[in-house]
Design a protein around this ligand. Structure first.
Ligand SMILES: C=C(C[SeH])C(=O)N1CCC[C@H]1C(=O)O
Ligand SMILES: [Zn+2]
Length: 598
């Protein structure tokens, strides 16, 4: 009897997976059309299709729950039923699901359409976050211009979304409860499939905090030397508008005037890309070439036909934030990004193509398994490639960097440059979802949003706002992922595990030997290594068919996320920073901020 039930369950699962694939394809097409051309019509259609698909999923779910799948013997079949038993936001009654979708659409279109006026030319008021505001933060060293731009952007893109955010939180929490979670926080944490996920995240932070604190102290010193004691204090948090990025999430753009050995040749990839007439397409083809060199898949023809790789100049409103899309039909995969010719977009293109590569590697799995082993895995794939591409060795191979010294000072400069991207990002990413966990759990109420957000930013990141903040402001929504309902712990995890993956791949490629100064992890380039590519491909082909420790073990032999990869990669920099901060007597850590924000 049970065997018959299980056989029926297996047959049902085949049908369910096929129908689910079609439904997700329809919903994804409608979302793509809306996000690549924000019009009333496309917004209406996206809402209608999403609601129709939710009703279909609800009907299928009722049938799924008629099977006694908990008793099944086949672990794989049970895993599929277990995943399909989580309906997500489609569990909401249609009216509440509509309110949820509209709250998110409101925030997303506020963010996508937000513009500010130029500091120097107040009549020029068509500055978007991409590319204009991003470029101002990359290039300006005028604290007043940066302060103005920071305040204007947060006023235009953050504050107007506060009401929508509260609606979103309430609706999404309702969905969480209908799926058996106490709040969205537990739903999001559940995606990591471990009983102690939250504790693991906290443990990772304690492992990397000492390294971060040294970076923070060093950068604060050099910002103080440049901007003066009145703008940057000796022992306080760093003002968020001086770090080269509107969200202070990565600090690459302060590298040129803060690096350890300024007399060493600069590594300016942006200038090289521009002078060598790189186009968006050439950047994409270069990234594709890296994946093919590893014996991984090239991009299918449909990808080149349907992707949007530059901001259209027909005046349309669109979501410019870079994204990679799986249309769940095993053949349609696209990137949408408003590429400009910069080093940042060179990396972002590899990042997005890493998502596409994962989609391609698992495209023949059941639809239910077409996801990352955990959300952090999906964000790590492209960054693994960038770790190799960013080495001076690889940049020289591509003619993007002229020959230079390979001495210790240059290596410290290179590690510092990488640290401004990979180390400083960690507390930023951790804070974004610590904030949202607090909101979803109710420990942060609507009247505390901005206060608690800045308390977390000061406490973990050691940054402060450039001016007093109030609850009239809503600074979290000035960050894309908060306005677009995208979980963010995935990036925090990615920036840890990508170094574990990189270490294993580099050993497979013969590019890294523990303890061998001529085979440093930070100089490893896995380009052209089919041994590395095949091992990575095998892990990616697993999708989410197994718990993520099985996938990690397949590539690294480890079953735990840990910061040993990051710490090993940056060890020489950590030693140098400790010595340097000791030498200059720099205060490690920060005293409470004097800026009023609660
Ligand atoms: C490039 C993407 C699309 Se998945 C992105 O959002 N990233 C990649 C790095 C972190 C995060 C961000 O920009 O905040
Ligand atoms: Zn990504």
């Amino acid at each position: 009897e049970r065997a018959a039930e299980e056989a029926a369950g297996r047959e049902f699962m085949r049908t369910l997976d096929d129908l689910t694939g079609r439904a997700k394809n329809r919903r994804t097409i409608a979302s793509w059309d809306y996000e690549s051309n924000i019009t009333e019509h496309n917004r209406e259609r996206q809402l209608q299709v999403a609601l129709e698909v939710a009703e279909e999923e609800k009907e299928l779910w009722k049938e799924t729950m008629t099977y006694l799948w908990h008793e099944f013997e086949d672990e794989d079949l049970k895993r599929m039923f277990q995943k399909y038993s989580k309906l997500g936001s489609s569990a909401l009654p249609e009216d509440l699901n509509q309110r949820l979708i509209e709250a998110i659409n409101n925030m997303q279109s506020i963010y996508a359409k937000a513009t500010i006026c130029d500091y120097n030319d107040r009549s020029k008021c068509n500055l978007y976050v991409e590319p204009e505001v991003t470029n101002i933060f990359a290039q300006s060293t005028d604290p007043e211009e940066l302060k103005y731009t920071w305040l204007e952007w947060h006023k235009a893109a953050g504050a107007p979304s506060k009401g929508n955010f509260t609606e979103y939180v309430n609706m999404k929490n309702e969905a969480a409860k209908l799926n058996g979670y106490d709040s969205v926080a537990e739903w999001w944490l559940g995606e990591y499939e471990e009983p102690d996920t939250e504790e693991q995240f906290a443990e990772l932070w304690t492992q990397v905090k000492p390294l971060y604190d040294q970076m923070h102290a060093y950068v604060r010193r050099h910002l103080r030397l440049r901007y003066g004691e009145d703008v940057v204090s000796a022992r306080g948090p760093i003002p968020a508008h001086l770090l080269g990025n509107i969200w202070a999430q990565t600090w690459n753009h302060v590298e040129k005037f803060t690096r350890p050995y300024p007399e060493k040749p600069d590594v300016d990839v942006t200038a090289a890309l521009v002078s060598q007439n790189y186009t968006a397409l050439k950047i994409f083809k270069t990234a594709e070439d890296f994946f093919k060199s590893l014996n991984l898949s090239g991009m299918p023809d449909l990808f080149w036909e349907r992707s949007i790789i530059e901001k259209p100049n027909d005046g349309r409103d669109m979501v410019c934030h870079a994204s990679a899309w799986d249309f769940f039909d095993s053949e349609d995969f696209r990137i949408k990004q408003c590429t400009t010719i910069t080093s940042a977009f060179f990396k972002t293109t590899h990042h997005e193509m890493g998502h596409i590569q994962y989609y391609l590697q698992y495209k023949d799995l059941p639809v239910v398994y077409r996801a990352g082993a955990n959300p952090g895995f999906h964000e790590a794939v492209g960054d693994i490639m960038s770790l190799s591409v960013s080495t001076p060795k690889h940049l020289r191979l591509m003619g993007l960097l002229e020959d230079g010294p390979e001495d210790l000072e240059s290596n410290i400069n290179q590690l510092y440059k990488m640290g401004l991207e990979k180390i400083v990002f960690l507390p930023f990413a951790y804070v974004l979802d610590l904030f949202r966990y607090g909101v979803f759990r109710g420990t942060t109420s609507e009247s505390d949003y901005n206060c608690h957000f800045w308390q977390l930013r000061e406490s973990l990141q050691g940054v402060e706002p450039p001016a007093p903040r109030s609850e009239e402001d809503f600074d979290p929504a000035a960050k894309y992922h908060i306005s677009s309902d995208v979980e963010y712990m995935r990036y925090y995890i990615s920036y840890i595990i990508q170094f574990q993956f990189h270490r294993s791949l580099c050993q497979l490629a013969g590019e890294y030997v523990p303890g061998d100064p001529d085979k440093l992890l930070s100089n490893c380039d896995i380009y052209n290594s089919t041994a590395a590519g095949n091992a990575l491909g095998k892990m990616l082909q697993m999708g989410s068919s197994k718990p993520w420790p099985d996938a990690m073990e397949a590539l690294t032999g480890q079953r735990k996320m840990d910061a040993s990869g990051v710490l090993e990669y940056f060890q020489p920099l950590y030693d140098w920073l400790k010595e340097e901060n000791e030498r200059t007597g720099e205060y490690i850590g920060w005293e409470p901020s004097n800026v009023q924000y609660c």
